[in-house]
Design a protein around this ligand. Structure first.
Ligand code: NAP
Length: 389
């Protein structure tokens, strides 16, 4: 009744939970926290079938840990990217460090960040503390991502080095061109003014030049892979038509059942580019959200499938993406949700569920990137016909 994948034996240590009078262990790196009511007895804890199985014995404690199966996708350069990660946009500097450490301790193998999130110093503190803590998963076993901001198009290497320093890392697993729209390097704000001042916008030649600078980062060992973000099919094809040395490994875009990006997914597949899903919940924490905005998390089809599997609506949305071959990177700074979201890996949607989710007809883009639109142009002008993809 339990399909055992891999067994490893790690040493655990008791620490007393004073309030409950229970003992618990907190194994790191993909383990689970297990409360033991009667220390000294053997407890066999069976979790989900392909998931985790722990045998506890009396102290000195041995934990036989069978790691949770963590799906990943193969990239076009032969490396692999874990299909589930933690997003960090809108994670406040005062809370992001704790969130990243909670995630890594819970077993997350992929963290997504960016210069423009304004929190890479705190994320770096979390990496440093986590990787230097006893029993932590090694740096090379976690997939760390960041992005080149649009103001840094003219100083790619400098920006990457600055970010690595802030993140306290020697290299990034993946570095993305955050958007294909440039903002003046010396503009006082991160994004253009409302009247468009500071916006240089999209220029295919400029994008190719910036990409060539990003390719050098791979040669120099600063990053393992490079990719793009917020690229339409047309912009992907235009970049590839310039015959770059490296084909982007991934394209990170908004992706969920209300914006399934079928045409873009097809384009990316043709070129061996993995499509990664940002805002897989529709980014419900945004402050600029309209009062009447759709609520993907409350969609009735999603709700019915969650009920069927006794899981959360969020877990259904994540699993839809993962099973479709598109990694998901939900953001949370809430300890309960960070851990609960990871548990989506235990949910298995069947063909009927996937068909129902694929059949949702609502189309909506939550993250419109309005600042990148040249004033006077329609909201969909930057998405090349894929605004409601
Ligand atoms: N490349 C790009 O241009 C781009 C754009 C947008 C996002 N991203 C990346 O993608 C990541 C995810 O996207 P996102 O942050 O926009 O949106 P998201 O992951 O769809 O949603 C995050 C929001 O959902 C809440 N949440 C998390 N888990 C939940 C659950 N189980 N039930 C209910 N609410 C839950 C979070 O609140 P709590 O924190 O309180 O849990 C937060 O407010 C970002 O953090 C960022 O790393 C990239």
């Amino acid at each position: 009744f339990c399909s055992v994948k891999r067994v490893s034996v790690i040493k655990g240590s008791w620490s007393r939970d004073q309030q409950r009078g229970h003992k618990h262990t907190t194994p790191r790196g993909g383990g689970v926290v297990c409360n033991v009511r009667s220390p000294g007895c053997f407890t066999l804890l069976l979790l989900h079938c392909t998931c985790t199985c722990i045998v506890l014995s009396a102290p000195p404690l041995l934990i036989f840990k069978i790691n949770m199966e963590y799906p990943s996708v193969k990239l076009n350069n032969g490396t692999s990217m874990p299909s589930f990660g933690l997003g960090t946009w809108l994670s406040q500097p005062g809370e992001v460090s704790a969130a990243v450490k909670i995630a890594l301790n819970a077993g997350y193998k992929h963290i997504d960040g960016a210069s423009c999130y304004g929190n890479e110093v705190e994320v770096g503190q979390a990496y440093n503390e986590y990787f230097n803590s006893p029993g932590a998963v090694k740096r090379q076993d976690v997939y760390l991502v960041s992005k080149l901001w649009v103001k840094d198009f003219g100083r790619v290497k400098e920006a990457c080095q600055r970010q690595l320093k802030q993140l306290q890392l020697d290299y990034l697993d993946l570095y993305l061109m955050h958007l294909p729209f440039e903002v003046e390097g010396d503009h006082p704000r991160g994004i253009p003014d409302e009247d468009g001042t500071g916006l240089l916008g999209y220029d295919a030649k400029r994008v190719s030049e910036v990409w060539a600078e990003m390719e050098k980062l791979v040669d120099e060992g600063l990053v393992k892979s490079i990719g793009v973000s917020n690229f339409s099919s047309k912009k992907i094809n235009t970049l590839l038509a310039s015959s770059p040395k490296i084909v982007p490994a991934t394209n990170q875009v908004e992706l969920h059942p209300y914006l399934p990006q079928k045409a873009l997914l097809e384009t990316c597949k043709q070129h061996g580019i993995v499509l990664t899903a940002y805002s897989p919940l529709g980014g419900p924490g945004r402050t600029d959200k309209a009062d009447d905005e759709l609520n993907l998390l409350e969609d009735e089809i999603v709700t019915a499938i969650a009920k069927k599997h006794s899981c959360t609506n969020a877990q259904v949305l994540f699993k839809w993406g993962i099973q479709r071959g598109t990694p998901v990177i939900p953001k949370s700074t809430n300890e309960k949700r960070i851990k609960e979201n990871l548990e989506c890996l235990k949910v298995q949607l069947d063909e009927e569920d996937m068909n129902k989710l694929n059949g949702i007809e609502t189309r909506y883009r939550f993250i419109k990137q309005l600042w990148a639109i040249t004033p006077g142009n329609p909201v969909d002008s930057i998405w090349d016909g894929e605004y409601l993809g």
